[in-house]
Design a protein around this ligand. Structure first.
Ligand code: NDP
Length: 388
């Protein structure tokens, strides 16, 4: 019997990689919902190819365009936030959550409420509302499988061992586009330069977040939320080759590392076939040709986002939502050339400082409170950026 699958963020980098894996065995899957935002042509093409039940664009103004692109097919066209929730509620065995940013939270939650398996690439959901997401999954008998390569790596290396058998988890970072730039040159870095990653082929926003290490900052918080580890047991290390994605150190100081090609189809495929292991169209690593792997400690002066992540974990509560909202607004300001590359961390730091005076750590985490914190953080970040 074929498995019913949906992909949220089907037009993006993770979404397209997921579709490429489904394409290898189309008879095995029945595609329920595919979603996108602005790339209507790509969305419609995928919906046609896979015979999806419904295609949804988050952008209500593009519904007419989507309808036209799907004319003559049986695929329903829908648009807007409510349509995304409706699509997430359609029965499915496996749902990929790969919308970028905080917009991924509500559809992911809606999917969990229906007891599905959620393959979670959208790290922002865990950063902004980890306890809500995990409690919903527990209550409604749903399962979350990590897709971020580091978290998939931890999950795989753990192999079901209890988290209290760990003494430490180390997630690796490539160091991003500016790893070897002189510090004083960072101020003048452009969005185009930041959007070129040394090892991974990813969406534009996450690639720039890799250069600033905001991506790794989100992943530190994601690790704490998903695995329930204290911040003091989570570390990051620069590993320029991006071959080891995560290491778990057990209490007896034995370490298991998860290693694999720097290609997201590994982590996506792992989540798609879990608990089985299936063949994936990836080149095996040639260790003799690679020769060596290197590691170095991240420099806090180069990567202030990592220090901010520690503050956020200490504050707790809605601090993750504020951090992510401020980070997204600061990234928009950088992309629009309103602020410099280095100003992003300054802006986010100021927003956290301002909002932490407002009892962030103690506030209850609900979809509504997360939305409010996110919106307020974006406004503060916008104003702070405008003053620079
Ligand atoms: P992309 O930018 O490539 O794709 C983002 C997807 O989200 C697209 O389908 C886009 O639609 C859609 N989208 C954008 N804005 C909205 C919105 N407001 N509402 C609904 N949908 C929206 O991102 P990635 O695929 O790179 O990343 C997706 C998620 O996976 C992110 O959370 C990222 O952090 C995470 N991730 C990505 C990795 C990677 O290798 N790319 C690795 C690990 C995690 P459209 O294109 O039609 O505008």
């Amino acid at each position: 019997m074929s498995r019913r699958v949906s992909i949220f963020g089907a037009t993006g980098s993770i979404g397209q990689n997921t579709l490429s894996l489904l394409r290898r065995d189309p008879g095995a899957y029945q595609v329920v919902a595919l979603t996108g935002d602005r790339n209507i042509e790509v969305l419609a093409a995928a919906a046609r190819e896979f015979g999806a039940e419904v295609a949804v664009t988050a952008d209500e103004t593009r519904l007419g365009e989507l309808r036209t692109a799907l004319a003559g097919t049986k695929v329903e066209a829908a648009a807007g936030a409510a349509a995304l929730i409706e699509a997430a509620a359609r029965p499915a065995d496996w749902i990929m959550s790969a919308i970028v940013g905080a917009a991924g939270l509500a559809p992911g939650l809606a999917a969990l409420k229906h007891g599905t398996t959620l393959a979670l690439a959208n790290k922002e959901s865990l950063v902004t509302a980890g306890p809500l997401l995990l409690a919903t999954a527990r209550r409604d008998g749903a399962r979350i499988l990590p897709v971020d390569s580091e978290h998939s790596g931890i999950f795989q290396a753990l192999g079901g061992a209890p988290v209290d058998s760990l003494s430490r988890v180390i997630i690796t970072a490539s160091g991003g586009a500016f790893r070897d730039w002189p510090l004083e040159a960072l101020e003048g870095a452009t969005p185009e330069q930041a959007a070129s990653h040394p090892n991974w082929d990813m969406g534009q926003r996450i690639t720039i977040d890799s250069a600033s290490m905001f991506n790794k900052a989100l992943e530190l918080i994601e690790t704490r939320e998903f695995f329930g580890l204290p911040a003091s047991q989570i570390e990051t290390i620069i590993h320029p080759e991006s071959l080891i994605h995560a290491l778990v150190e057990f209490r007896d100081k034995g370490i298991l590392a998860h290693m694999g090609p720097p290609d997201m189809r590994h982590a996506i495929g792992y989540a798609l076939h879990h608990p089985e292991r299936s063949d994936l169209p990836l080149e095996p690593l040639d260790l003799a040709a690679i020769g060596q792997m290197t590691f170095r400690a991240p420099d806090p002066a180069r990567y202030p986002a990592l220090t901010l992540a520690r503050q956020v974990m200490e504050i707790g509560g809605l601090a993750g939502a504020v951090f992510n909202g401020a980070k997204e607004a600061a990234l928009d300001a950088f992309l629009d050339r309103r602020i410099s590359f280095t100003a992003m961390a300054v802006v986010v730091g100021k927003v956290i400082e301002k909002m932490s005076a407002e009892g962030l750590g103690k506030a209850a985490i609900t979809l509504e409170s997360v939305r409010e914190a996110d919106q307020m953080a974006r406004r503060h970040a916008f104003d702070t950026a405008a003053r620079r």
